[in-house]
Design a protein around this ligand. Sequence first.
Ligand SMILES: Nc1nc2c(ncn2[C@@H]2O[C@H](COP(=O)(O)OP(=O)(O)O)[C@@H](O)[C@H]2O)c(=O)[nH]1
Ligand SMILES: [Mg+2]
Length: 243
Amino acid sequence: MRVWVTVPTYEEAENIEVLVRRIRDALPDAAILVVDDNSPDGTADKAEALGADLGNVHVLRRPRKLGLGSAYRAGHAAGIARGYDVMIQIDADLSHDPADLPRLLAAVERGADLAIGSRYVEGGSAPHWPKRRLMLSRYGNIYSSFVLRMTVKDITAGYRAYRATILAEIHFETTQSTGYGFQVEMAYRVVQAGGSIEEVPICFTDRVRGTSKMSSRIVAEAMALVTWWGIRDGVKRIGRKRD
Ligand SMILES: Nc1nc2c(ncn2[C@@H]2O[C@H](COP(=O)(O)OP(=O)(O)O)[C@@H](O)[C@H]2O)c(=O)[nH]1
Ligand SMILES: [Mg+2]
């Protein structure tokens, strides 16, 4: 299968080179796309220089910080337009270990439409995460799975591999989330479309260099959207029962 790896970046100049090299080591034939939102620290220039050296590394430069969801939409769309079979997304801050890429890909090759690198299945972990972040993530997951009636353990995880056909089927380009809610929205759509999801255990190591772009606004957006989808689809279910 031809693999397209999207790396969203905002101020990851300290991480991008190590990350891209490790992706290349793990999946030598995969194409890599860095989607950079005009990082002031010159991340895009670094990625471009690296691409000239390694080959098959592309850079999409966007004019300003447009959000993580929007970066993934652009990255996956570029891979689909070029006819790739599997679209992978991985954070640039080395919290997702590229050495896990073959296992993620293998899950799709075995038949999964979406493989999620999961912290919350057996064998998964997030050992160095500050307690506050871990709690936020745990509660976010519990809330989302309750409201959306999903059994996925790590719905907010950003380390993923999608089969191209499922992306087309769920019309991923029409998703609404600008931030982290994108992960939930996409997993929810896959389930609604009858797609299969496999959670692959990973050890999530928190970033060592650079700073997190997580903000309370992003959390609020995700919570509001999840609540809205839950209500909207709950009303639809009741309507169907009445008919
Ligand atoms: N292109 C782009 N990348 C982003 C944006 N926000 C975050 N990222 C990237 O998305 C990934 C996850 O963000 P991070 O700050 O590590 O979030 P955290 O792991 O939840 O603390 C990293 O690779 C960031 O550089 C954005 O607005 N645009
Ligand atoms: Mg991070």
